[in-house]
Design a protein around this ligand. Sequence first.
Ligand code: NAD
Length: 481
Amino acid sequence: MTDNHNLLYIDGEWGAPSSTRRLEVVNADTEEVLGSVPEGQQADIDRAVAAARRAIDSPTGWAHGEPHARAEVMRRLADALDKRKTAITRLVSSENGMPIALSENLEGTVPGLLLRYYADLICDAVVEEHRDGLLGRPVTVRREPIGVVAAIVPWNAPQTLASLKYAPALAAGATVVIKPSPETALDAVLLGEAVAEAGVPDGVINIVPAGREVGAYLVAHPGIDKVAFTGSTAAGRKVGEVCGRLLRPVTLELGGKSAAIVLEDAELSVELMRDEFFAATMMNNGQACFASTRVLAPRSRYGEVVDAVVALAESLEVGDPLDAATMVGPLASAVQRERVEGYIAQGTAGGARLVAGGGRPAHRERGWYVEPTVFADVDNAQVIAQEEIFGPVLVITPYEDEDDAIRLANDSDFGLGGSVWTQDTDHGLQIARQVRTGSFGINHYMSDPIAPFGGVKASGIGREFGPEGLASYQQLKSIYF
Ligand code: NAD
């Protein structure tokens, strides 16, 4: 561990924290302490927000520079993160149990990809647009940086989800205070080191790992202009309430309980199940907000679908997240495993038929492991079909016809992802149009950064990714001549 593990990255430098309190991060596989960092306090948040404000308010600062100059800095940050790819991916996998193959594709890749994408986008973007007015006089519409952003990030994909916020924010000319989760506070040090190496100007990115109380303090801080939150629906509601009272722009990326609609003509080959179907339903050990964890199966092929999903669950390589062959690693924490096991108990008690898993894998003596678990004959009204479990647990519900399948898919408080499985992609598109959700996949699900991502209903408000993600860090100003 470097000395930076005793410091916080604020205002362009590693400085002493305001208290001696620390956040200890535990290895999800070994249950041993991986390391610790200072736990940010209100005084640290005050300092970080003040630094971010100076960087915004200075007339020669970040917000007022040329987009090309910002893009250069962003590309340097992408390079600095790429240089740390191995360290980042291994550390995140140890912290939260993410299988290393996934960590390389997400945590080690997406931040650089997004920084370069938004750097290119801002260079081509129209920041000042002239319009012929309807009242006979010209008008100029400006897209100005939104100001200081509070970026609150969960533990399930900490580097990726932070970059969904800071990459468009930086492109727009905004500055950020990032609050990483306690469970994954260590990899934030690597982000800070990359920011320092890239020469990101002082105050533009500040990082304060802390718990939820300090997070709530940041959300309500008078120096904040926008909140970008990713996390649970319960916490998102609280953040939304505060932002509503303060009339503060907010993006909420929350939970999900998406449906995988298997149509009568679906291909259920072992290859497709282990590849695309697995990725859409159980990636990251089921700790993915958009996962299609409710499988809707036609009565006509019900037994076949149940058998295919059970065969998939039983074939998955469960083990050390640092092993490249691992498909399912441990859950992120003891608390998370307790939650998931509580849902499994509720499923059984509620009368669902447990057809795969349900316990802890016998070959792992340590670590927060749960077997890939499948429940069949699940009524869509049951708790395990309605609440987000956030673990490797799938529920299968039969449907009568496609109208019934769409009704069941939409019978949810959430609307984040979803998928349809069919050999007829045109038909799949027709299904996609009818599901109330923010994103949907046909024989595949993986959000593409070019397209807006976010939820409807209790899955959130606003969109990240794409030009729409950039727009959410810009404030419009109209100037009448
Ligand atoms: P969480 O809501 O407990 O915490 C998320 C983050 O918010 C953490 O940094 C936490 O410290 C902070 N926080 C919690 N309460 C807060 C408050 N009142 N004010 C300010 N900050 C607060 O969620 P989690 O358990 O860390 O993450 C898992 C959840 O995140 C799941 O529900 C998952 O679906 C959701 N998620 C959503 C997306 C998405 O894009 N929609 C992506 C990943 C995860």
